[in-house]
Design a protein around this ligand. Sequence first.
Ligand code: UD1
Ligand code: MG
Length: 464
Amino acid sequence: MRDLGVILLAAGLGKRMKSSLPKVLHYLGGKPLFSYPLKTARSLKPKRIAIVVGHGAEAVKSACGVNGVAWVLQKNQRGTGHAVGCSKEVFGEFSGHLIILNGDVPLITEESLLKLLRDHSEQNATLTFVTARLDEPAGYGRILRNTNGELIRVVEERDATEAEKKITEINAGIYAVSPRFLFSALESITNLNRQKEYYLTDIVAAALRSGETVRTVQIEDAREIMGINTREELALMEKILQERINQRWMEAGVTLKDPQTTYIEERVKIGKDTIIGPNTHLLGDTVIGERCRIDGCAYLTNARLASDVHLRFSVVLSDCHVEADAIIGPFAHLRPGTRLGRRVHVGNFVETKEAIIGEGSKANHLTYLGDVTVGRDANIGAGTITCNYDGFKKYRTAIGDRVQVGSDSTLIAPVSLGDDAYVATATTVRHDVPAGALVYNERVEKVREGWTKRKRKKMEKLKA
Ligand code: UD1
Ligand code: MG
């Protein structure tokens, strides 16, 4: 087959999104919209890809983050035809096949593009484009045919008559075209339509007028060609993507108790026999081992769990590592830099950050462990706080193996507790504690007999 070039249209604002963010930068499945057709385009291994940008051009470029594409600037958004015309600087002299993709049509597959290309090339066509039949075609350009079923032209929704709006065959916005024809046809189109835009779709009628071969390829799975023009369509697409991903994990041996409320991003990996409860978000590069249990209401971003970890109800984990057999939650927050060893327990209302906690250690209640290293089999009592910040700098706390930290203790960093040290309840630790030592604050405890009764009497007298 001849060389292949791809033009990806991504310059529009997306008025119907009612957003200050360019439409193609809206997130779908954790990635910007335009990255989907771009990935599919790359899978065809084209000689050249040009991306037409305009609204938020710099933001789109930096979101793309990879080289090897030619950026084309469409300064003013005068329509899809004008946008494609701008790429003449890249493809004006190109002699292969060109594929044009809309940046807001994310689910088109490699197979469908190959089918389009095959038909285009085998039939020696000048222009071949993708259509689909939709029960609800509103919003799309409609395919007009004569009574013999021969193509006449594409009419945009906004320019269509009521009768034309009833047509259910729509234009997917995906084309294979000869560059020679394309750039000359684009010079002949006008903006005499409701939107005063130069429509790419007008090249269909132009090609037919000059007797070129124009073909359509119909796609069976209409979801593939769904365009995103509104927030509602974005939400619908999110659901479709999620269903596909969830399906894949269930087929791979993962139990999802409520797939409807389970949100798994594309790069996530999950081991078999893991059971995932409702309202779980697994995002970014999260990796879950085998036989883990996630009870529900869990929000994990770039979290790595080894096997047999149990996340009890309601936890938030970000950029952290958890070794096998650990138990976390309910209501725990593991922040970036947390590394929990095997069998560690982190319980209710415990927050960790840059916390390296050794095998078998426990912090089960109401604790803040920030910038800390904890050895093995230590026990951190309820209400322990590592005071890591003096308003200027952060300092670390080091806690040895088998240390017992009594409830309501404050450890003022930088400070270290040697192995087997024992911190008495409600101690403020300011100085390093040697291995095996007990640390406590001297306080005088006083009891005043009958105090409450006297107090009440006094208060009642004052009231009277
Ligand atoms: C377009 C088609 C319509 C088709 C639908 C499929 C035209 C005139 N209409 O309509 O027939 O059914 O796609 O999804 O082509 N863009 C630019 N520069 C512009 C305008 C748009 O780069 O000046 C880009 C947008 O960023 C977007 C793509 O082109 O990625 C499509 O534009 P959009 O406004 O969404 O076109 P539709 O109205 O959906
Ligand atoms: Mg669109």
